[in-house]
Design a protein around this ligand. Structure first.
Ligand SMILES: Nc1ncnc2c1ncn2[C@@H]1O[C@H](COP(=O)(O)OP(=O)(O)OP(=O)(O)O)[C@@H](O)[C@H]1O
Ligand SMILES: CC(C)(CO)[C@@H](O)C(=O)[O-]
Ligand code: BAL
Length: 287
């Protein structure tokens, strides 16, 4: 695996492969890799001739009061994992390589991007869309791989790629979990042992919602309130977003019908925010 830090360097390295007609899979990350990221790499490796991973902690998607400065980093460990996973090129630019001048251009998907996580992190998804578009332009991948753990991000990137006719197939990869069900996330390392133990409430809350729906509860407001109460019973957990939504549009729903519904959670433990979600009700879908 070759690690490249400049845009020009990566373009030059990819040019002969592109000319030879090789397909390219891109796995964008912010580093501090775990088995969830490696599942994205595994899919990309299986589906493309060439795999490019990127590690870039993108300042544009962090709010002023967020954890940009303390975001966990370990490049040598990440490099070893990516090499092991069969990645061909690691693009690991510095902020000055990626943004030599302050960015004037913004890519935004404002309706999808201002809901839910966008409501608590204003500007976050514009930062994500802008950097992902720039990565697509630099790498020119046939396919881009994104985790379903960040459900809203995936939905927004799909919409952006469709609206802008970006010549990339956006691939969603199912969430990889710890043995107790907690979704793998780079931010899990911020949790104290007590918070880590308490965080199992997050996947359990998804189970609770599925149980309520399987038991015939249809009222979205009642399901959200019950899940919020379920999470709040854990003293270390603060439910910031508990939302039952349409899985495609993320629009609010009043009632669970025959179609699957999305439950999206954004739960805080101290200053650490954990995301999770589940699409529930596929077994009730009309045949
Ligand atoms: N558990 C997981 N399973 C599958 N994909 C994942 C998982 N965790 C992260 N990803 C995906 O990996 C990509 C890079 O994510 P990122 O580097 O932000 O890691 P992260 O663990 O989500 O970090 P954070 O804790 O900051 O949210 C994203 O597309 C994200 O959805
Ligand atoms: C897609 C991404 C790498 C863009 O910075 C980031 O939002 C992430 O890690 O999910
Ligand atoms: N994992 C999504 C990127 C972020 O939280 O900034």
């Amino acid at each position: 695996m070759q690690t490249i830090t400049t845009i020009a360097g990566l373009r030059a390295a990819l040019a002969p492969h592109r000319a030879a007609g090789k397909s390219i899979g891109l796995v964008p990350t912010m580093g501090y890799l775990h088995i969830g990221h490696m599942e994205l790499v595994r899919r990309a490796r299986a589906e493309n001739d060439l795999v490019v991973a990127s590690i870039f902690v993108n300042p544009l998607q962090f709010g002023a009061s967020e954890d940009l400065g303390r975001y966990p980093r370990d490049l040598p460990r990440d490099q070893a994992m990516l090499e092991q996973g069969g990645v061909d090129f690691l693009f690991a630019p510095g902020v000055g390589d990626m943004y030599p001048r302050p960015m004037e251009t913004v890519v935004d998907v404002p309706t999808l991007g201002s809901k839910l996580e966008g409501e608590v992190r204003p500007g976050h998804f514009a930062g994500v869309c802008t950097v992902v578009t720039k990565l697509f332009n630099i790498v020119g991948p046939n396919r881009g791989y994104f985790g379903e753990k960040d459900y809203q991000q995936l939905a927004i990137i799909r919409r952006m790629a469709e609206d802008l006719a970006q010549p990339v197939e956006v691939i969603g990869v199912p969430t990889v979990r710890e043995p107790d069900g907690l979704a793998c996330s780079s931010r899990n390392v911020y949790l104290s042992p007590e918070q880590r133990a308490a965080a199992v409430i997050v996947p359990r809350a998804l189970d609770e919602a599925a149980r309520l729906i399987a038991g015939g509860e249809k009222d979205a407001g009642r399901i959200e309130a019950a899940v919020r109460a379920f999470v709040s019973a854990e003293p270390l957990a603060v439910p910031e977003v508990v939302a039952l939504r349409d899985p495609e549009t993320l629009a609010e729903i009043a009632e669970v019908g025959d179609e699957p519904v999305l439950l999206l959670l954004f739960i805080r433990f101290g200053s650490t925010k954990l995301l999770d979600n589940r699409v529930i009700g596929t077994n009730t879908v009309k045949q």
